[in-house]
Design a protein around this ligand. Structure first.
Ligand code: NAD
Length: 457
């Protein structure tokens, strides 16, 4: 059983799919591992460290993947990069299948079995394989670090001989995985933190982290299926906007993370709201990848509007690539381990396993995932123009698929009375319902984002 790790080819992707630690484990399962030269460099893992863990380091991708049974990657590799792999080789990656039918068809044609790690069901058994959670958690952390770097004032309250510095006010919109970590990080840095979400169950989790939960009585609990949010009605949107607009005007830092499965990111912060903020305020829009929660966000850019910095940087977790790779590699290892017969020291996926069925995109020369089956290069060209419309539909199906597998955290919260509405009182439960990783706030290597006036970087 040969496992290959390829260098990432997408610009600005510094993560890597295996670490010396995960490689040592794979070798322990009877595999031989080949790593493409320089694959871990941007995550601070040197070729020498891979060698010390027992891997071979190859000068090219072609040499690394030659006859490989498994290929590990962060982004979906091109079929051409994987030429020479064993027929039927398994590829684990964040495959980004929506609107990419042509690439899927090419991988299928090459005889590869590609798994989309981001389609992993959010059930208890698969928590350790959940790349969305492991990476969103880090993005939430990094959002606060970026905000702190761009904010020209201190975050904590300081009582000094020269006077008192007030604590910065931070507001987190959307208290899912990323939002909860953003709340925890902003608290650790000393900010006065408030947060909102449209799922009432999130209130208890927000308060357990010591932040104030903001919600309006006019907004009914908008929990959808699988612990996700549903889209708000027009009236609910108006009620939320009214609540939020007064609050945002008083904030120094706003971090938005709100997403709804299968829909573009809801627009929560209007231009007028941005203009109501004090000079020097900072907004980090973690939903930038899905269009943004802020009307003015330019995905991938940092802009300044009316003296307010709006950070739309993508792949924020990539800014702490060493940590992101460490967790991502563990996610892959955990999933791959379920496919390895340790006695036979061979790859033996159980094609009927629910995790395999939920994530497998291509097999035996065809696209097999129900959301994409039938994809072919020709079909892809025809579909390309409608990709934007098709994607939400397909995503919605994925959200629905998790209906029966309600996330544990959501279940626990649902069993309790709905969280108090605003202004919310302290939740009675002292124990945090959600357990954000106990990250120690540290200064990142990342530099202060270069801000440009309304133009981006
Ligand atoms: P997400 O990325 O889909 O959305 C982020 C947050 O935005 C959510 O909390 C959502 O309710 C909120 N939101 C949506 N519209 C909003 C609006 N208009 N205003 C304010 N907030 C809005 O969510 P996620 O981080 O993937 O988490 C979704 C759920 O899944 C949560 O309940 C989480 O606890 C649960 N979860 C479970 C597991 C597991 O059990 N394996 C793992 C991860 C997450």
């Amino acid at each position: 059983m040969k496992i290959a790790v390829v260098r990432e080819r997408v610009d600005g992707e510094p993560r890597v799919a295996a670490t010396p630690e995960t490689i040592a484990k794979l070798i322990g399962f009877g595999a031989s591992v080949s790593v493409e030269k320089g694959a871990g460099e941007a995550s601070r893992i040197l070729d020498r460290q891979y060698k010390d863990a027992g891997a071979g380091v190859e000068a090219t991708a072609a040499a690394a993947v030659k006859d490989a049974d498994v290929i590990l990657a962060v982004r979906r590799p091109e079929a051409s990069t994987l030429a020479g792999a064993a027929r039927g080789a398994v590829v684990l990656a964040i495959a980004d299948p929506y609107g990419n039918e042509r690439a899927l068809a090419a991988l299928a044609k090459a005889g590869l079995s590609i798994f989309a790690m981001e389609l992993m069901p959010r059930i208890t058994r698969a928590q350790v394989m959940d790349v969305l959670s492991s990476q969103a958690n880090l993005a939430g952390y990094q959002a606060v670090i970026d905000a702190a770097m761009a904010y020209d004032r201190a975050l904590p309250m300081m009582m000094t001989a020269a006077g008192t510095v007030r604590a910065a006010k931070a507001f987190v919109m959307g208290a899912g995985v990323a939002g909860l970590q953003a709340i925890a990080t902003a608290k650790r840095l000393g900010a006065a933190v408030s947060a909102t979400d449209v799922r009432a169950a999130a209130g208890e989790q927000v308060e357990s982290l010591g932040a104030k939960f903001i919600m309006t009585d006019a907004l009914k609990d908008a929990s959808g299926t699988g612990g996700y949010a549903r889209e708000l009605t027009k009236d609910e949107q108006a009620a939320q906007a009214e609540l939020v607009s007064g609050h945002i005007a008083k904030q120094d830092i706003v971090i938005t993370t709100a997403l709804i499965p299968g829909r573009p990111a809801p627009k929560l912060v209007t231009k007028a709201m941005v203009e109501s903020m004090a000079p020097g305020s900072v907004i980090v829009d973690l939903a930038a990848e899905r269009g943004g929660n802020v009307e003015l966000t330019l995905p991938g850019k940092v802009i300044v509007h009316n003296n307010v910095t709006i950070i739309g940087t993508l792949n924020l977790q990539g800014k702490i690539a060493a940590t992101a790779s460490q967790l991502y590699a563990k996610n892959l290892l955990a999933f791959l381990e379920t496919m390895i017969d340790k006695d036979a020291k061979a790859l033996k996926p159980d094609w009927e396993d629910e995790l395999v069925k939920a994530t497998l995109l291509t097999r035996d020369g065809a696209v097999v995932h129900p959301n994409f089956a039938g994809a072919s290069p020709a079909a892809s060209v025809a579909k390309k123009s409608t990709a934007a419309k098709a994607a939400p539909k397909a995503l919605a199906k994925t959200g629905a698929a998790s209906k029966t597998a309600k996330p544990a955290a959501a279940k626990a919260s649902a069993a309790k009375p709905a969280a108090a509405k605003v202004p919310a009182k302290k939740a009675s439960a002292k124990k945090p319902a959600a357990k954000p990783a106990a990250a120690t706030a540290k200064r990142p290597a990342a530099r202060k984002p270069a801000a440009k006036k309304d133009g981006g970087q």
